[in-house]
Write a protein that binds this ligand. Structure first.
Ligand code: FAD
Length: 506
């Protein structure tokens, strides 16, 4: 099918919204639309228990709070309902090189001057033989590695996110959305009807014969992308030359010991492994390049590396990293895996879902769909995913690993010019300039650049205005402040026990 011509866009008001799919994407979209615009809309959500959901996606980033604030979700209730734990960052193990680790925290490292980030002062101090480990200046990093966590009502103690059970999260949001009037329809969509003149979707025919009609359709059908790709024919932009992993194998295990407040990401010679601790179990998986290891070998490596009793048979998930060329076409918006996929290295997919749903509210075509809204939606979606894509590629490209053909490929591969520029600028000057609206800030980029092994050749000259004493005092104050705050924080498990302990699952 050809793209819809702007002149064919029907200008009828949008009242009936049909969400196809009820995974994390479908239920986040349903919750956001019903909370923000529910009084003006009829919202239906179709999902099939038989098809099920992808069942992974359990680590998040701090901006999930924005979604929960919009939805007015109570934190302890949500944590208990989803068996969640707290997350202060990600421990990257064996990425820079075998047996070398670093931590990408959600916190701010040190304090910055308007002209130069903290790393410049730290680099100057290092050159003068002053200062300590870069991580000593970040509360979230030190607390994470010491297995501590605390928050209060203002969330002022530290910057954090959650690990949660994906199935329980979808169930929680379903209850939330149904209470706000969303109508759930169980069953399989057998056919998607379109209008041959406008190219618009008119209805979804269910296997059992029912026809679900609507004005706007949200495709949350997961990797199969039943509406946007299969029906409207929107093409996929494949990024696998930059992100060679194309398969995951996931397994759940029983908890052994207390949950740590961070995700573990452990690199292997052909991919990497995640470990996500929840209150009631642990989520594990390996993301790998099927050109470099067979699925059976990856599964064996996963089972050899997990701790605790295996609770379910491991599941394989095939994917192609990339993005649909448009995520909104005609009267169909794709949110979630149906719109594209970046591997979960920095836990960004749920964030992209949240952004997609909130953007839909911002640009909601209440008075009729117009091409300028579609273009704006697509542009914003592209900008955010390209920045995240570059950030993820950075972890593969900048490495000292030489132990396998996979890492040789990653080290040698060509990368997007946008990323090449950033790496070069940081390497030469220590500068990291964020683009407006970018998800990962200077702190994140600097932690990962240095963690992966880049030491800038120079840093900002303003740091040389400080005497040895002034520089040492400045760093020492930051470090003492981190230490002071950290010792006051309870252990992660102790905090959960008093604030939000979940009942054991039935
Ligand atoms: P799905 O969960 O696949 O849901 C699709 C829905 O569509 C289901 O309800 C299904 O029943 C329905 N459906 C499909 N076809 C039909 C049909 N014909 N009729 C009726 N219903 C239909 N993200 C993160 O943020 N953090 C992570 O740590 C993370 N880890 C991940 C690990 C892996 C290995 C993978 C693959 C992804 C990970 N993600 C992560 C991404 C995250 O899992 C997804 O973004 C999220 O689960 C959303 O999926 P979805 O709702 O788009 O699709």
């Amino acid at each position: 099918m050809h793209p819809v011509q702007p002149s064919k866009l029907p200008g009828t008001p949008v009242k009936r919204v049909v969400i196809a799919g009820g995974g994390t994407a479908g239920w986040i979209t349903a919750a956001v639309l019903s909370k923000c615009l529910g009084q003006h809309l009829d919202i239906q959500l179709i999902e099939s228990e038989e098809i099920g959901t992808v069942g992974v996606g359990e680590a998040t980033i701090p901006l999930l709070m924005t979604l929960h604030d919009v939805l007015e979700i109570e934190e302890p209730e949500f944590v208990r309902a989803t068996q969640a734990t707290f997350k202060l960052g990600i421990s990257f193990e064996n990425w820079r090189d075998v047996k070398e680790n670093y931590f990408h925290s959600f916190g701010k490292t040190g304090t910055s001057h308007w002209s130069a980030g903290f790393q410049h002062f730290w680099l100057e101090a290092k050159e003068r033989g002053l200062g300590h480990d870069y991580g000593d200046y970040c509360l979230e990093l030190r607390a994470g590695l010491d297995n501590r966590f605390a928050t209060n009502e203002e969330r002022s103690v530290c910057n954090y996110a959650y690990h949660f059970d994906a199935t329980l999260y979808a169930r929680y949001l379903r209850k939330y959305s149904e209470a706000l009037g969303v109508q759930r329809i169980e069953g399989k969509i057998a056919k998607v009807h379109t209008d041959p003149t406008t190219g618009f979707i008119t209805g979804l025919a269910m296997e059992k014969g029912q026809l679900i009609e609507g004005d706007l359709f949200v495709d949350c059908t997961g990797i199969r992308s039943l509406l946007l790709s299969d029906t409207l024919g929107v093409e996929y932009e494949d990024w696998s030359h930059w992100l060679p992993c194309d398969t995951a194998v996931a397994v759940q295990t029983a908890s052994v010991g207390e949950p740590v407040p961070y995700t573990r990401s452990i690199a292997h010679p052909w991919g990497w492994q995640w470990r996500i601790p929840l209150q009631h179990r642990v989520g594990n998986g390996i993301v790998f390049s099927s050109k470099h290891i067979s699925p059976e070998e990856a599964k064996a490596a996963l089972l050899a590396n997990v701790q605790g009793e295996v609770l379910r048979e491991p599941r394989f998930i095939k994917f192609t990293p990339g993005q649909r060329k448009e995520v909104w076409r005609a009267n169909c918006v794709a949110i979630g895996l149906s719109s594209g996929f970046l591997e979960p290295l920095e836990s960004t997919s749920i964030h992209l879902i949240q952004k997609g749903a909130l953007r839909l509210v911002e640009l909601f075509p209440a008075n009729g769909i117009c091409q300028s809204d579609i273009d704006e939606y697509n542009l914003q979606a592209r900008n955010i995913i390209e920045d995240i894509r570059d950030f993820i590629i950075l972890h593969y490209k900048v490495t000292n690993r030489t132990d396998s053909p996979f890492w040789d490929y990653c080290r040698e591969m060509e990368i997007p010019k946008s990323l090449q520029h950033r790496i070069e600028q940081f390497r030469q000057t220590g500068r990291l300039v964020n683009r407006p609206g970018e998800l990962f800030g200077e702190n994140s980029w600097v932690q990962v650049m240095m963690g992966q092994g880049i030491t800038p050749k120079a840093h900002h000259p303003i740091t040389r205005n400080m005497s040895n004493e002034a520089l040492a005092d400045f760093l020492s104050e930051v470090r003492k402040d981190v230490a002071r705050k950290m010792v006051k924080m309870p252990k992660h498990q102790a905090f959960i026990n008093t604030y939000c302990k979940a009942e054991p699952p039935m």
